[in-house]
Design a binder for this molecule. Structure first.
Ligand SMILES: [Cu+2]
Length: 476
């Protein structure tokens, strides 16, 4: 027996193959040349309470010459060229066909073929010129979020500039006097919900201390996409796809770090909800906001940081505990794919019948009034009493393939509730396999969905092994 949710996703897969291969953005790049080895790193040698030797300090200063490059898994870097001392970026605002997970094709809007847009990575003091070309079918304007620019460069349509007409271009140019985690985005609200955002990282002239060995950047987005549609519904308030750097778990590419390294993760949110991002296995310190670096006296420990809409939060920690640790939004609906009331057995058990038409009678219930006896009081969940009208249409059992794996413990249907897609534990290890997932426990994908990703704190041997696998396969 197949779950209707699985059948649903299979339908999407055939849709994808019919539509051709989606634009796939490269996975996490290997920046080991920039980050390792760093012999003076206190986190890889002694506890930080140990006073560094003069030699270590000297070595450390030499290391300053290189800033650790920011890794943005599943999102490329924005290329630039130098023209008379100005870093010039060509930014094309355009339709991008992408995939949130294998088979889930989405027609979004992005920049230079990527959703979210490529990461701009520059240094405090740089002068930048951003040549923006609008290839959308509607007017556009770009805002540089949090960056202090002259009013003419602020990208506010109507108040600081005319909207860029379809087919038109606008050249933004300014000097960067700040450092921190910023971003660029459309200043047309509905266009934001079509995906138009990208990271704008400004490194300080001298790296902040304590130095980090790894630096990552993540963009949180949410989408409302009806079943069998590929275009986001920017009017809807029920979000069924939650992405990190344009991928939903388990297609989010894990972040790889070596045991003992100091790690920074920059998280930016642009959507309709705030996301409490929780990390397993370690406590972290919030070291920065969308306004820049926080003073050390104001540092806060935590393991969950609320990243509100339009905010950025930098977190830092020493990766002292080996393992594969989740980093995820803790809103229950955001830890699922396809979290919408219109999917699963509630829809497909009466497929092709007329649907209730109003908010009051809707709510995904296929029979009668939402509060009628037929619907019961449980809204699809068996609660032992009062829900006799509901039939058991469990999402389980898992497919034969999944049952064969080590992930299925006990009887397949044990303890499952009927009817609702959030009961699903759907493994797709093979579909999302890539070097970064090498060595993860079989079945790992069943619990990594929606706005979830993984920080893999690896032994040096395992870290190097994965780099070898990546090199063997060529560029990812
Ligand atoms: Cu969330």
């Amino acid at each position: 027996m197949q779950s209707s949710r699985r059948l649903f996703l299979r339908g999407l897969a055939s849709l994808a193959s019919a539509a051709g291969t989606a634009t796939a953005v490269s996975a996490q790049q290997d920046h080991s040349a920039h980050t390792a080895p760093n012999p003076a790193s206190p986190s890889t040698t002694a506890p930080s309470s140990t006073a560094p030797t003069p030699a270590a300090v000297s070595s450390r200063r030499q290391a300053d010459a290189r800033v650790v490059e920011v890794i943005t898994p599943d999102v490329p870097k924005m290329p630039w060229r130098m023209e008379n001392g100005v870093k010039v970026f060509d930014i094309s605002v355009e339709h991008v066909r992408t995939e949130f997970i294998p088979g889930r094709v989405v027609d979004a809007w992005g920049f230079n073929g990527s959703v979210p847009g490529p990461t701009i990575e520059v240094t405090e003091g740089d002068r930048v010129r951003l040549v923006v070309e609008n290839k959308l079918p509607e007017p556009f304007s770009m805002h540089w979020h949090g960056i202090e620019v002259p009013i003419e460069m602020d990208g506010m349509p109507g108040i600081s500039q005319e909207p860029i007409a379809p087919g038109g271009r606008f050249v933004y140019e300014f000097t960067l006097a700040q450092n921190g985690t910023f971003f660029y985005h459309s200043h047309m609200a509905m266009q934001e919900m079509m995906g138009l955002i990208g990271l704008f990282i400004i490194h300080p002239r001298r790296p902040h201390t304590p130095y980090v060995d790894r630096d990552f950047g993540l963009i949180l987005q949410e989408w409302s996409i009806l079943p069998n549609n590929t275009i986001p519904n920017t009017l809807a308030m029920e979000f069924n796809w939650l992405t990190i750097n344009g991928k939903a778990g388990p297609a989010t590419t894990p972040m790889l770090v070596k045991l003992g390294e100091r790690v920074r993760i920059r998280i930016v949110n642009l959507g309709m909800d705030h996301h409490p991002m929780h990390m397993h296995g370690h406590q972290f310190t919030v070291t920065g906001t969308e306004g820049g670096r926080i003073q050390t006296t104001a540092y806060e420990p935590g393991n969950t940081v609320l990243v509100g809409v339009a905010q950025a939060r930098d977190i830092e920690f020493v990766a002292k505990n080996a393992g594969d640790w989740h980093l995820h939004c803790h809103l229950p609906h955001h830890m699922m794919n396809q979290m919408a009331s219109m999917v699963g057995p509630l829809m497909t058990s009466r497929a092709n019948l007329a649907r209730p038409g109003t908010m009051e009678s809707g709510l995904g219930i296929h029979d009668g009034h939402a509060l009628s006896d037929a619907a019961g009081t449980a809204f699809g969940r068996a609660v032992n009493v009062g829900a006799e009208a509901e039939r058991s249409v469990a999402n389980m059992p898992l497919s034969t393939q999944a049952q064969a794996g080590a992930q299925t413990r006990g009887a397949p249907n044990t303890g499952m509730f009927p009817g609702y897609p959030q009961d699903m534990f759907m493994t797709m290890d093979r579909e999302v396999e890539k070097p970064e997932t090498y060595g993860l426990r079989p079945g790992w994908t069943g619990g990594t969905m929606g706005m979830m990703t993984i920080i893999r704190v690896l032994t040096p041997e395992m870290f190097d092994r994965i780099q070898e696998i990546k090199a063997g396969r060529g560029a990812q």
